[in-house]
Design a protein around this ligand. Structure first.
Ligand SMILES: Nc1nc2c(ncn2[C@@H]2O[C@H](COP(=O)(O)OP(=O)(O)OP(=O)(O)O)[C@@H](O)[C@H]2O)c(=O)[nH]1
Ligand SMILES: [Mg+2]
Length: 332
């Protein structure tokens, strides 16, 4: 037992020993983790506390759930699209939700913190994207709704811990996802259209290696890639939820994974409304946009004028394919 434990720590430890309910034990353990001096000499002790917390949370969950209770969570879509944050335990999914949105999910230095999904809205330029923090994908968290939630999302962010040299959890994650019919594909990739698979099982995915601010991360990341790189949908992009590295670029990548475009409407003779884009699937045509912008007009649309990449008000037909950022003036 390290000698320099503080009185706060010792009293938390005493409370832990005298606790009469799992909730009390959990609170005492969390207090112990907060107050234990953080240095080399206490590393084993810290790890031991974290293990106890993880195990206790697991037990409490099982007890609450019971044999018949089938928890189920569904998150209604909002904004330009729904993107799930998935990954092994403790990789920083909740921290990323905190960093990218106004949501404040619980963050803690041990695995199995998140037990229910939590959404938050991420601003990217002039659109809002819904991010959903989820429980870890690991065999300890065994609730089928998690995979249903991932399958029904529009895209995913796979959050890895760049500083973690133990990949056992990650191995589990990469095995469990396909076992539960979730197939992660690169975010620019065409989604395979296999009728044998349930709809939406392929998820365009941005892979991030979080915690790149930690000293070990730089050396560890290439090792991680060496070990599991072939099974990742894309090379991991280093980010830090805590320090903010790479987060601006990440917002753009997440929007790109949605495969959507923004189209702005310009009423004839007036200025375009550049504040509120219409968000449409990539590949949408002038006709598709008209359906959304002005349904009645869409039916007898004569022509449209376009401003955007390479266009300066030229006339385009109904089948003209639009691009992100196009400004459209509809004429009926
Ligand atoms: N240094 C550093 N620590 C981080 C970073 N992101 C998260 N952490 C820490 O990693 C631990 C786990 O973070 P969480 O956000 O709770 O991880 P999670 O993936 O949501 O964990 P579960 O809900 O248990 O699956 C906490 O101690 C965080 O403070 C980061 O970018 N840098
Ligand atoms: Mg979490």
């Amino acid at each position: 037992m390290p000698a320099n434990l503080t009185p706060e720590y010792l009293s938390a430890e005493q409370r832990y020993r005298q606790a009469t309910s799992p909730q009390e034990r959990l609170e005492a353990l969390e207090e112990m983790l907060r107050t234990v001096p953080k240095h080399k000499g206490t590393e084993k002790l810290q790890a031991d506390i974290k293990r106890k917390i993880a195990r206790l949370r697991q037990e409490m969950q099982t007890r609450r759930g019971g044999a018949r209770a089938q928890p189920f969570f569904h998150v209604p879509r909002e904004g330009a699209g729904q993107v799930v944050l998935v990954g092994p335990p403790n990789s920083g999914k909740s921290s990323l939700l905190r960093a990218l949105t106004n949501a404040t999910p619980e963050v803690a230095p041990y695995p199995m913190t998140t037990r229910v999904p939590q959404p938050g809205m991420m601003q990217f330029e002039d659109v809002q994207v819904q991010l959903v923090d989820t429980p870890p994908v690991c065999k300890e968290f065994d609730e089928g709704w998690l995979y249903g939630l991932i399958r029904s999302a529009d895209a995913a962010v796979l959050v890895l811990d760049a500083s973690d040299d133990g990949i056992l959890y990650l191995e589990d994650t990469l095995r469990l996802l396909p076992e539960n019919r979730v197939f992660l594909v690169a975010h620019g990739a065409p989604v395979p259209d296999d009728p044998a698979l349930p709809r939406g099982a392929y998820k365009r995915t941005v892979v991030v290696a979080n915690k790149c601010d930690l000293p070990g991360a730089q050396d560890n990341l290439p090792v991680l890639v060496e070990l599991v790189g072939a099974r990742l949908p894309a090379p991991p992009v280093p980010v830090s939820a805590v320090r903010g590295d790479g987060l601006d670029a990440l917002r753009g990548r997440i929007f790109a994974a949605l495969h959507k475009i923004r189209v702005y409407s310009k009423p004839p003779g007036r200025k375009p409304d550049l504040d509120t884009p219409f968000v449409l699937p990539k590949g949408s045509t002038v006709r598709d946009a008209a359906e959304v912008i002005h349904k009645e007009l869409a039916e007898n649309l004569k022509y449209a004028r376009l401003w955007g990449r390479g266009y300066h008000g030229q006339m385009v037909g109904r089948e003209h394919m639009l691009e992100d950022g196009d400004v459209l003036e509809l004429h009926g």
